[in-house]
Design a protein around this ligand. Structure first.
Ligand SMILES: [Mg+2]
Length: 384
């Protein structure tokens, strides 16, 4: 049985804004940009939440509910900087820290009781230390698996600590409304509510057969998690899988243009895969095999991690043009992404050109998921 910690910073962007400008303390503060614009709320303070505000709501609606709030564009670089500080701090203490988003971390406490004492006491001290050191409030969830640790960290926010002892997982989940389970969202809630499912206990007492009829494979997964089961495996970013796609030609190809067309196609496919996982890649590689089986790989590390087809395509083509020096036909071409990290979803909420493109790509990912890969093409020359 493992002991997994989930740490979630409380109103993280707001906390950072208050470090930068202490006069914001105690006031309703909203990060998300122009209150008359088309953006959404990226974060809001607990004072603003009293007016009914919450993150991801249209900022215009927020402004109607709370016209006296302080609306900020946000300092994204500062959020990233503080996020790294917290991460470094945790990594100095624990062997295995997984960053789940800009303000969330998992770490494995298993076997640490001997050194650090009871997990709850330890969490209390760590919470105090993070608050004093970085001026950042946070909440902890502690449980035998990731899902429950995540639900638990949200249980008593802000400055909460929730420990679910081993064997009490199901009991802890039972009274909670179904939407507290990560992954149960807008699409799933009405389906489940219509069948009378209100709490996680209702799910736990149903059957995998019934739930899989309603929700497919996700239904089985949901039943397992409502019964207290879940993954306890953490992974460091650099251990994450790589993503690659290759094409072997039935007949060897000599046309450079045709190869580049394939690179375009493969780049779009690998990007589609990582966007679905909300990752970004820092390294792009290509694999090239000549008809005589000589095989080359070439890699480039990017200055900014990306999930953008266009960036990956341009990098891969550049590598290909430099690598393709022999006048020999090509048998195989592959595009490979590595150095994968989690994409911080919140970044999307900041409106600039790059963010607009990210938003567009997200739509592309969804359309392709639903209607197949070739249902939409993103132009090589840009999509703005
Ligand atoms: Mg948070």
């Amino acid at each position: 049985m493992r002991t997994i910690f989930h740490v979630d910073m409380d109103a993280f962007f707001i906390s950072v804004e208050r470090i930068l400008n202490p006069s914001l303390e105690g006031k309703p503060v909203i990060v998300g940009g122009d209150p008359h614009g088309r953006g959404v709320v990226a974060a809001c303070s607990y004072e603003a939440r009293k007016y009914g505000l919450h993150s991801a709501m249209p900022i215009r609606d927020a402004f109607r509910l709370c016209p006296k709030g302080i609306y900020l564009h946000g300092h994204h670089k500062e959020y990233v900087r503080f996020s790294r500080l917290v991460r470094q701090f945790l990594e100095d203490k624990f062997l295995l820290v997984e960053q789940a988003s800009i303000d969330e971390f998992y770490f494995d406490f298993t076997g640490c009781e001997k050194i650090y004492g009871h997990p709850e006491t330890f969490a209390r001290n760590l919470q105090k230390e993070i608050l004093e050191k970085f001026l950042l409030p946070c909440s902890f969830g502690i449980a035998s698996n990731r899902t429950i640790a995540k639900i638990a960290s949200d249980f008593r926010k802000p400055l909460g600590i929730t420990y679910v002892p081993p064997g009490k997982e199901k009991e802890f989940l039972a009274p909670l409304p179904i939407e507290r389970m990560p992954g149960v969202g807008k699409k799933t809630i009405p389906i489940l509510n219509a069948r009378g499912f209100k709490t996680l206990n209702d799910i736990a007492n149903s059957s995998t057969e019934y739930l899989s009829v309603l929700l497919g494979k996700n239904g089985i997964d949901l039943w397992n998690r409502a019964n207290g089961h879940g993954s306890d495996v953490l992974c460091r970013d650099n251990e994450r899988k790589n993503v690659s796609k290759e094409t072997t030609f039935e007949e060897d190809v000599v046309s450079k243009t045709l190869i580049e067309q394939y690179i375009f196609d493969l780049s779009s496919k690998v990007c589609q895969l990582i966007r679905k996982e909300e990752w970004v890649a820092s390294t792009v590689s290509i694999k090239l095999r000549y008809s005589d089986f000589e095989t080359l790989t070439r890699a480039k590390t990017l200055s900014h991690p990306t999930d953008d087809d266009k960036v990956v395509y341009e990098t891969a083509v550049d590598l290909f043009r430099k690598a393709y020096t022999r006048r020999v036909a090509i048998r195989l071409i592959g595009v490979h992404l590595s150095n994968l990290n989690h994409f911080y979803d919140q970044e999307e909420l900041f409106e600039d050109e790059e963010m607009l493109r990210k938003r567009l790509l997200k739509v592309v990912t969804k359309i392709r998921d639903r209607y197949g890969f070739s249902s939409i093409l993103v132009g090589k020359g840009g999509t703005r």
